[in-house]
Structures are given as structure tokens and as C-alpha cells.
Design a protein around this ligand. Structure first.
Ligand code: APR
Length: 248
């Protein structure tokens, strides 16, 4: 029992791979390329699915590298038209609603972000299957797991491609609306190119007072990261969810 538990498919502390992972990837890819963005360059969904699987299948699930995802990302780089990007941190649902209403794009509106949104995946050395029983947890097992590295490298490429004015939706109901350990804080903000302008929107829960503002210490931290890269910064605060969604 001991040996099975610690060497077997159940040994990780995170939930296992999404059932029917391959099928979902293929179906989402077909939907995206045929219905959601039929105008976009036609993409080979079978090749994309295969490149996704090759990135992690049969590999140690704690030894993911950015390079493992190179071929996949090169098949579908997460780039969006200039000035249309929306970043988010602790505001996933709100940022997606905002992007939809304004015809802007979050990472989950790019092909690879759309394919992987909400899914889980990991493999196992010596096996050609996904481990559906457990996958490494970021805290308890390892940070270099395939799920975390995927969102980090995809987010990095998304941020690097930003141009003109881009926006980030931050949660003004938290004491620190900007979290320097989040993907936005660690990966996206530090990879914006010089001359890009970032507009931060601090949005709080309707009916409650805000807990952070543009003059608070967390936003000053963000400003200093951007100053170091010559990224222009504007900040809007004290907006309730309803005000934010209705504004302009
Ligand atoms: N589906 C599942 N998990 C995701 C997704 C997604 N679409 N996007 C990010 N993740 C993971 C990441 O590992 C991240 O740590 O969920 C976590 C989201 O945490 P938050 O603290 O709310 O936000 P943040 O870490 O800043 O990540 C969101 O990164 O993916 C980019 O462009 C995206 O700006 C956004 C930011």
C-alpha cells in the first residue's frame, strides 16, 4: 500500500487531468477556428492537439520547461491586434465580461488560451496516457508543473506582443489590488515593451467600499515595475462593477 501510494498515479496533491482532455482540445479548436474566429488564419487543429500532447506526455510532471511548449506556441502564438489586450488578476469573470462588451481580448480569447481555459493535464514517465488521478500541486508538489508553466509562458508571450494602450482589470475589493506574485505581477507587467501604455482599472464589489486605490502601496509597486521599463501608466479607481461595465 505504501509503495503504491507514493510511486503510483495517485501520489500528487492536485486534481488529475480533465477527463476527455484530447477530445475537448480538438472540439474547442474546431469551434474556435470555424465559428468564433473564422476570419483568422486557418489552423490545423489536429497538429495543434498533437503538439499539445507531445509537450507533456510521457514526461516527469514536475520537470516542465518553457521549451516544452515551444512547438505548440509557435503553431498558434497568443497575439492580438494592437491596443486590444485586457489583462486581469483576481477578476477573471469581470475582465471577460468587459472584454466581450468592448470587443477587446483577454488571453482566453486567443486560440491556446481558449483551448486550455479551465482544463488540467499531466502525464507520467513510461506512459502514453494522461494521469487522470492526480497532478502536481503548485505549492505541495512542484512549481515547475506543466499547467503552471503553460500559463506562464503563454502569458509571457501575450504580454510581449502588447502594443499601444492595454488594460488590466484589478480587484479593488482586495487590500492589495496588485499582487506581485500573481501571473500578471510576475510575468505580464515585467514583460510589457517600452512605450506601451497600461491603463489599470480598480473595480470593487457593488455596494461595498473599495479596499485599495491608485495611491495605495500595491499600485505604487506596479508603477515602479513599469517605470523601470519605460511603460506609461494610468490608473482609475473607485469604480463599482456596474459603473465599470457601463462606463464608455
Ligand atoms: N484557466 C485556468 N487557470 C488559469 C487560467 C485559465 N484561463 N489563467 C490563469 N490561470 C491560473 C494561473 O496559474 C494563475 O495563477 O489561475 C491563476 C489565476 O490567478 P489570479 O491571481 O486570479 O490571476 P493571475 O495570476 O494574475 O493570472 C491572470 O495571467 O493568464 C494571464 O492574461 C492572464 O492577465 C491574466 C493573468
Amino acid at each position: 500500500i505504501y509503495k503504491w501510494h507514493y510511486s503510483g498515479l495517485n501520489r500528487w496533491h492536485g486534481a488529475g487531468s480533465t477527463a476527455d482532455f484530447q477530445k475537448i482540445i480538438q472540439e474547442r479548436c474546431d469551434t474556435y477556428t470555424q465559428t468564433i474566429r473564422p476570419g483568422s488564419r486557418s489552423r490545423n487543429c489536429q497538429a495543434i492537439r498533437q503538439a499539445f500532447m507531445s509537450a507533456f506526455i510521457s514526461k516527469d510532471p514536475c520537470k516542465a520547461t518553457k521549451e516544452d511548449y515551444n512547438s505548440l506556441i509557435n503553431l498558434a502564438p497568443p497575439t492580438v491586434p494592437c491596443g486590444q489586450q485586457v489583462f486581469w488578476s483576481k477578476t477573471k469573470e469581470l475582465a471577460h465580461e468587459y472584454a466581450k462588451r468592448r470587443r477587446l481580448m483577454t488571453l482566453e480569447d486567443t486560440l491556446l488560451g481558449y483551448l486550455a481555459d479551465g482544463l488540467r493535464w499531466c502525464g507520467e514517465p513510461g506512459s502514453s496516457d494522461l494521469n487522470i488521478w492526480s497532478c502536481p500541486d503548485w505549492r505541495k508538489d512542484c512549481r515547475t508543473n506543466y499547467l503552471s508553466v503553460f500559463w506562464e509562458v503563454l502569458s509571457e508571450r501575450f504580454a510581449e506582443s502588447a502594443c499601444n494602450t492595454v488594460r488590466v482589470v484589478l480587484n479593488g475589493s482586495l487590500e492589495n489590488a496588485f499582487d506581485s506574485m500573481s501571473i500578471f505581477g510576475r510575468v505580464e507587467a515585467p514583460n510589457l515593451r517600452p512605450q506601451v501604455e497600461l491603463e489599470a482599472w480598480l473595480v470593487h464589489d457593488t455596494g461595498k467600499p473599495p479596499s485599495d486605490s491608485c495611491s495605495g502601496s500595491s499600485i505604487r509597486k506596479l508603477k515602479s515595475i513599469l517605470d523601470g521599463r519605460n511603460v506609461k501608466f494610468r490608473c482609475m479607481d473607485n469604480l463599482s462593477r456596474d459603473q465599470f461595465l457601463q462606463r464608455s
